[in-house]
Ligand binder design. Structure first.
Ligand code: BMA
Length: 388
């Protein structure tokens, strides 16, 4: 993948001088006799990488999953957003989930119509926002063919079904489910192709497949496949999408936050510098009593993440976070901000606001005033901040 750090090559002084003379002559010849050549157009992914890198020098972008579709008290209202309804601005980053697309379903596993996802992704891009896409495909070995299961929550057949411990191996070339998985990848590819503006311009987005692979709750998790199988799964999807012409994807590798994270541990399944653009971590506070532990763990993990990302020329991010069913009215500024503010991460994203589980702000909740303070902090960037 593309490194955003550019290193100057080393030349001897003599050859340097010669090159400079040649360059001056060439510039004189070209500027007199030929019309100025336009620079070759950069791929959309590269432009987004550069934008992310510039923006992280200004602050940390705030992101929210499924933001424009539903909130705690509303669903599918034109231009609504719990975040905007609390602080007056949209999140800089919006996260969208594609689980179910592999089945040919009409709605995602979170019951969002895929046509709405296309529509809102384009809308957010057009207003200057940034998009990140996750994908929790069903378990290709245990799932029932035919689809139509959107919105149903049960482990059997879902991404969380870990009853068969060799699913990854079975979808790789030579495996008995490889052909089925090729159909699934094609459906993913067909959906991603809808992400373009009315002028036909492909919109750039971050894609974060096979995340939280350091745990073992998804069929691609640590105990469910070897390092080689995991990397082969990553490569298979990436190669397919690259062969289909997607040069608008910023590839994000994001394992989970862990106690005492080390660089070795963070990188043990890393697909490689040529295959990753961003390195992220997912990390939540699940219980109210874990405030101090959450802050300490997040800081320790981000420290390692930022060092590793810097060494590999990649962009770091806290790709998922939040406090489930927020019970702490000051959480945004007493817990989240102190945990992240010292780190040059690109963004943090809180997960969705759904009736059984919410992670973002809502006007209906007591943390709303504190979220406004979080919004007003110099450190955080929302849509208007990144469009200036
Ligand atoms: C999980 C939960 C699920 C959801 C899934 C995919 O963390 O929010 O309810 O289906 O993410 O978005």
């Amino acid at each position: 993948m593309k490194n955003f750090c550019i290193f100057a090559p080393k030349y001897s002084t003599n050859s340097m001088k010669k090159m400079m003379v040649m360059a001056v002559v060439a510039m004189a010849v070209f500027s007199c006799s030929t019309p100025k050549q336009a620079e070759p157009q950069k791929a959309q992914a590269q432009l987004l990488i550069e934008r992310l890198d510039t923006l992280r020098q200004k602050g940390i972008m705030y992101g929210h999953q499924d933001d424009p579709f539903y909130g705690l008290t509303w669903a599918y209202q034109q231009d609504s957003s719990d975040v905007k309804n609390v602080c007056g601005d949209y999140p800089a980053v919006m996260g969208f989930e594609l689980g179910g697309i592999e089945m040919g379903d009409v709605k995602s596993l979170d019951s969002v119509p895929f046509t709405k996802i296309t529509e809102e992704a384009i809308k957010h891009y057009n207003r200057g926002g940034i998009i990140t896409i996750s994908w929790h495909p069903r378990n290709p070995v245990t799932t029932i063919d035919g689809g139509g299961l959107a919105g149903q929550k049960f482990p059997e057949g879902t991404a969380w079904d870990v009853t068969d411990s060799a699913v990854v191996k079975k979808v790789l070339p030579g495996g008995e489910y490889h052909e089925k998985f090729q159909t699934w990848m094609q459906r993913l590819s067909d959906f991603l192709a809808t992400l373009k503006t009315s002028e036909g311009e492909k919109i750039p987005f971050m894609f974060r497949p096979w995340h939280e692979n350091s745990g073992s709750w998804f069929w691609w998790g640590e105990k469910l496949c070897t390092v080689e199988e995991y990397k082969a799964l990553w490569n298979m999807v990436q190669d397919k999408l690259q062969a289909d012409g997607f040069d608008n994807i910023v590839w994000a590798y994001s394992p989970g936050c862990q106690d005492h994270l080390t660089a070795e541990r963070l990188l043990d399944r890393y697909p490689g510098d040529d295959r990753v653009d961003m390195i992220g971590l997912d990390g939540y506070q699940w219980n109210p009593g874990e405030k101090d532990a959450f802050i300490a763990r997040t800081k320790q993990n981000l420290e390692v993440l930022c060092q590793v990302a810097q060494a590999h020329g990649k962009i770091p991010a806290l790709t998922e976070c939040g406090m489930k069913n927020m019970t702490e009215p000051t959480w945004w500024t007493s817990t989240l901000l102190p945990a992240v503010e010292a780190f040059p991460i690109s963004y943090l994203l809180t997960w969705r606001n759904y009736k059984d589980e919410w992670f973002g702000p809502s006007p209906a909740k007591p943390d709303a005033p504190c979220f406004v303070e979080f919004y007003e902090s110099e450190k955080t960037l929302f849509l208007k901040d990144i469009c200036k």
